[in-house]
Design a protein. Structure first.
Length: 101
């Protein structure tokens, strides 16, 4: 974040950086320092999972951005979002189980 000199240094938010990434058959997954998980699919769609895991941001092929709660996705038919979220979960599960070995 750039400062114009009027911001108090203590109010600046820490810089977010990539902690881990993985390239798969269908996407690239990034774990960011603020806990967010970003999944960039090769079909030009994107899923962002908030650090708390309760909000999902989906960007479609036309670059339209939609924000859904995890409960909303579970209760409604959001086929594209649900499929991509399931894929992200599978990759994250593999990463977690691999790190425990």
């Amino acid at each position: 974040r750039l400062s114009n000199g009027t911001d108090d240094v203590n109010t600046l938010s820490p810089m977010v950086f990539m902690k881990k990434w993985i390239k798969t058959k269908h996407a690239m997954l990034f774990r960011l320092s603020n806990g967010t998980v970003q999944v960039l699919f090769y079909d030009m769609t994107e899923v962002l999972i908030s650090s708390e895991g309760n909000l999902i941001t989906y960007v479609d092929k036309e670059k339209n951005r939609f924000v859904h709660s995890i409960a909303e996705i579970a209760n409604k038919q959001h086929g594209d979002v649900s499929r991509r979220l399931k894929y992200a979960k599978e990759i994250l599960s593999q990463l977690i189980s691999a790190s425990k070995r």
